[in-house]
Structure formats: structure tokens, C-alpha cells
Design a protein around this ligand. Structure first.
Ligand code: ADP
Length: 156
């Protein structure tokens, strides 16, 4: 079974990586799909996000990284994915994720979204917090994988 994990990953966090690692043990193949969203304010370019995620998942043989600027369900159907995969942090994520999963199911005649609940030690992590904390230096190492912290500290 193949799962597609879409998101902005701007930047990849330890919460994202935990979802990817757990999904890689559950599904035969997991693709991290970076949504290239021209309307959305992105901080890191898709090229840099791709490089950082590829580095972070390099030891997981059944995980790959792709970029797509169209509809996620279109990508999933065209490439024969069985599931969309999303992570859920807390109640605050529930409403928007419920709505998104229902829209995606309606658009795709039945493609299911599966959710993995965050691991407790990562439940407070979101990408916007990384950018806030970056102003204060290497504290971000508690929020993002080592290679991402290194890149951000060297470049921002
Ligand atoms: P989006 O921009 O679509 O919200 P994100 O890159 O922020 O995408 O996140 C992608 C997915 O990962 C979403 O399902 C989100 O809920 C989930 N996620 C983000 N942070 C965490 C975390 N700390 N623990 C578990 N899941 C997370």
C-alpha cells in the first residue's frame, strides 16, 4: 500500500519526521509531497525544502520526496496512491483536517485520508514556531532534525 504525505514542510520538523518514520513502518511506500503553492508565502524555496527532507529521510528506503503544484488528490490518483496521510497534533487541527479529508474524498470518489496522532514529545511543534525561535539561536535543535537546524542556523 502506498501513502502520500502532503504538506508545506516549511521547514521539516521533528513532528513531521516522526510521522514519516512511523508511516514508513506501516505502508509499503511513503511519498512526502511538498506542495509548491505560489499563492502561499513560503520561506524556504521548494528546492531547499526538497534537499533538506531528502537528507533527513535518506536511511528510509521506502520513502521518497516529490514536489507538486496542483491538486493533491490529482497527484494521488495519477500515481496510484491508496491513502493520503496527515498528522494530527491536537483538537485545533481536527476541524480543518476533517474538512480537508472530506473535500479530498469527494473530489477523488473515495480516496481515504489516514491520520497518525502526534507523539507527545512533538505535539507542540509547528513550522511557524521554528521561525519565531530561530531569532534566539540554536534552540531550534529541539524542534527540527539536525540537518535542518544546521541549514537554518547557517543561512538565517
Ligand atoms: P500544511 O501546510 O498543509 O498544514 P504542514 O507542513 O504544516 O502542512 O504539515 C503537514 C502535515 O503534518 C499536517 O497534517 C500537519 O497536521 C502534520 N504535522 C505538522 N506538525 C506536526 C507535529 N508536530 N506532529 C504531528 N503532525 C504534524
Amino acid at each position: 500500500m502506498k501513502a502520500l504525505y502532503p504538506g508545506s514542510f516549511d521547514p521539516l520538523s521533528l513532528g513531521h519526521l516522526d510521522i514519516i518514520q512511523r508511516a514508513a513502518k506501516t505502508f509499503g511506500k511513503v511519498t512526502v509531497l511538498i506542495s509548491a503553492n505560489p499563492g502561499k508565502k513560503e520561506k524556504l524555496s521548494v528546492e531547499i525544502r526538497t534537499m533538506l527532507i531528502k537528507e533527513a529521510v535518506k536511511d528510509m528506503a521506502n520513502v521518497d520526496v516529490q514536489v507538486y503544484s496542483g491538486l493533491t488528490v490529482e497527484y494521488a490518483l495519477n500515481n496510484s496512491y491508496n491513502f493520503l496521510l496527515r498528522g494530527m497534533r491536537a483538537a485545533g487541527d481536527f476541524e480543518s483536517e476533517l474538512e480537508m479529508s472530506q473535500i479530498n474524498r469527494a473530489l477523488s470518489q473515495g480516496l481515504e485520508t489516514v491520520f497518525l496522532m502526534t507523539s507527545p514529545q512533538y505535539s507542540f511543534i509547528r513550522s511557524s514556531r521554528v521561525w519565531e525561535l530561530l531569532k534566539f539561536g540554536d534552540y531550534i535543535e529541539a524542534l527540527v532534525p539536525k540537518n535542518v537546524a544546521k541549514y537554518l542556523l547557517e543561512n538565517y
